[in-house]
Design a protein around this ligand. Structure first.
Ligand SMILES: NC(=O)c1ccc[n+]([C@@H]2O[C@H](COP(=O)([O-])OP(=O)(O)OC[C@H]3O[C@@H](n4cnc5c(N)ncnc54)[C@H](OP(=O)(O)O)[C@@H]3O)[C@@H](O)[C@H]2O)c1
Length: 274
């Protein structure tokens, strides 16, 4: 009988992380290797991936660098062939590569903005789920983790296109979870709140925007990529073996903050007759 800690042990497993060259993906890839997995590292930036591969290998794990643009389904298929050839099989897929492009009011976003983000965040996830999911279903096991966002959980002004892709990723997750459960393949989503990475640099560099964002996080801190790692390790292995079709929210309480900081500031000064 495995101990509770053994359930988080990923030794002997193989994982692939898209968007592993920096930010959340880099932290997740390192965390999966620390938990015992051999890790395939996928992004466009080969130099950063090679540096990370050295770190993964220094942990005693195998690393595989996959230079790939997830906008191109042929490149995803080629990355899969290389992964199967080098690792033999894939146990864990983390669909993390993503971006925003341009932010702004719905009426200022043009359709190219939509097309680019739909392709990068949604179509790439569909393609990767297709290629690696087929492999997992055939093998009779695997864990797919799709990185969504709290932007996909509700209305997200100024990020309409991004929010739609992240909501769609949750929908895809639930559908695939239901389709593949009998084959032993689990599919879950993870929805981080605001995390300090290149993706959020422009928002957090602006003092007003940064203060506003911080005020909306009950825990009082913008996330660090390392905050997401434990959730992914949990979803990757046996610790979550009964969990599929879920969307785990990792946002310091942001999405529980009904009413927002102004209402809280007003109401927290003692008993107020209403
Ligand atoms: N940061 C946040 O606050 C936050 C919150 C919620 C959800 N998320 C989600 O978390 C994921 C990672 O975000 P992040 O903040 O870590 O972003 P980031 O720091 O900008 O990193 C994005 C990663 O995706 C890769 N990537 C981008 N376009 C790619 C492409 N066409 N092909 C292959 N790889 C590509 C980048 O590598 P290359 O440029 O080298 O290709 C990089 O490794 C995204 O899906 C994002 O939507 C982020």
């Amino acid at each position: 009988m495995a101990s509770a800690l053994d359930l988080f042990d990923l030794k002997g497993k193989t994982a692939l992380v898209t968007g592993a060259s920096r930010g959340i993906g880099r932290a997740v890839a390192t965390g999966l290797a620390e938990a015992g997995a051999d890790v395939a590292l996928l992004a466009r930036g080969t130099t950063a991936l090679e540096r990370l591969a050295g770190e993964v290998e220094s942990l005693g794990r195998r690393a595989l660098v996959l230079t790939c643009d997830v906008n191109d389904s042929d490149q995803i298929r080629q990355a899969a062939r290389t992964t199967f050839a080098e690792f033999g099989a894939l146990d864990v897929l983390v669909n993390n590569a993503g971006g925003i492009g341009h932010a702004g009011p719905f009426l200022d976003l043009d359709f190219d903005d939509w097309r680019r983000v739909l392709r990068l965040n949604l179509e790439s996830t569909v393609h990767a789920c297709h290629v690696f999911g087929a492999h997992m279903v055939e093998r009779g096991g695997g864990s797919v983790i799709n990185i969504s966002s709290i932007a996909g959980l509700g209305g997200t002004p100024m990020l309409a296109h991004y929010a739609v892709t992240k909501a769609a990723v949750i929908s895809l997750t639930r559908t695939l979870a239901a389709e593949w459960a009998a084959a032993g393949v689990r599919v879950n989503a993870l929805a981080p709140g605001w995390v300090r990475t290149d993706l959020t640099r422009a928002f957090l560099a602006d003092p007003d925007a940064s203060a506003g964002l911080l005020a909306a996080v009950p825990s009082g801190a913008i996330g660090d990529p390392s905050d997401v790692v434990g959730s992914v390790v949990y979803l990757a292995g046996d610790a979550s073996r009964g969990v599929t079709g879920s969307c785990l929210v990792s946002d310091g309480g942001t999405t529980c903050f009904v009413g927002g900081p102004q209402l809280l500031g007003f109401l927290q000064h003692g008993r107020i007759p209403v």
